[in-house]
Design a protein around this ligand. Structure first.
Ligand code: SAM
Length: 270
């Protein structure tokens, strides 16, 4: 089992503060707004027409495609939307521009990321606020869609987060959710999601799509790391970006090691 996994099993209380510091640091380093997404990405494996993107969006094609793939599954018209763990806001901004819901609010625990988003985006209907996934600062039944991308693995109390999702979703609302876990944790993960009482609409294994996206986006990520990260931290940045350290792709979620799943749930009306 990887060292990181063991470390957090023994010291669970360190998980949140260490990751928070890390994301504060990443946000402070990116002065030129090059880093709008922080997920592993998604690449289609069939020969479907490539997603048409503006030159600006093209720079973020693979991480953006993960949002696009998740978002394409539902109707967004008139939707009040919450993204939990919105990071540097690229996903919420893209969904707002492309799928045109009524409004989107992104919340994240990292103050620097939220400050960045408040300065960087000025689109109508898009808002950002600091907040903890385990204690969502919203009334019950407030949102038609809650989405959460590659963030939940950092929450010390994952079940508390799920309870909060169920609370803030209105009946009939959707929970769009994507993340990865080590193989040995998948059964518990499924059981936790099952306990929420949310109706499962789709579970999709997108591990091969993430691996392909990491391979295709590797050079861009390496260049970003070279430009922004101090030399001493480049290996660590590479690991977080799914590049497996400075050079080797050893942290890519391989089948049999980590599994990347994409889920859609619905809160029942009755
Ligand atoms: C890997 S990044 C993904 C960001 C974004 N979803 C994306 O795909 O670009 C994980 C994000 O989760 C946020 N996060 C971690 N723990 C959190 C918590 N308890 N509440 C809210 N956000 C949290 C981090 O600050 C970070 O911005």
């Amino acid at each position: 089992m990887p060292i990181k996994h063991w470390f957090y099993t023994i010291f669970p209380a360190l998980k949140q503060p260490l990751h928070r510091r890390w994301y504060e640091y990443i946000s402070a380093l990116d002065k030129d707004a090059n880093l709008l997404f922080m997920n592993h990405g998604y690449a289609a494996l069939d020969s479907a027409e490539p997603l048409e993107l503006s030159a600006e969006d093209e720079k973020h094609r693979y991480p953006l495609q993960l949002y696009h793939h998740m978002a394409s599954a539902i109707d967004w018209s008139g939707a009040r939307v919450l993204e939990v763990g919105s990071g540097r806001g690229g996903g919420a901004d893209y969904i707002n521009r492309r799928f045109k819901p009524r409004s989107i609010v992104g919340i994240d625990i990292t103050a620097n990321a939220i400050c960045f988003c408040c300065r960087h985006y000025s689109t109508d209907g898009l808002f950002f606020a600091r907040g903890d996934a385990q204690l969502l600062p919203f009334a019950g039944n407030s949102f038609d869609v809650v989405f959460n991308v590659e963030s939940s693995g950092y929450y010390p109390d994952f079940q508390r987060f799920l309870q909060e999702v169920v609370r803030v979703l209105r009946p009939g609302g959707h929970f769009l959710y994507a993340d990865m876990r080590y193989q040995e944790d998948i059964e518990t993960w499924r059981a936790q999601l099952d306990e929420t009482g949310l109706r499962l609409i789709k579970e999709e294994d997108i591990t091969p799509n993430a691996i392909q996206a990491l391979a295709l986006d590797r050079e861009r990520k390496q260049e970003l790391i070279k430009q922004h990260a101090p030399r001493v931290f480049r290996g660590l940045f590479g690991t977080f970006a799914g590049l497996g350290g400075a050079d080797l792709a050893r942290d890519i979620p391989k089948a049999g090691e980590r599994v990347y799943l994409n889920w859609i749930f619905c809160k029942s009306r009755g």
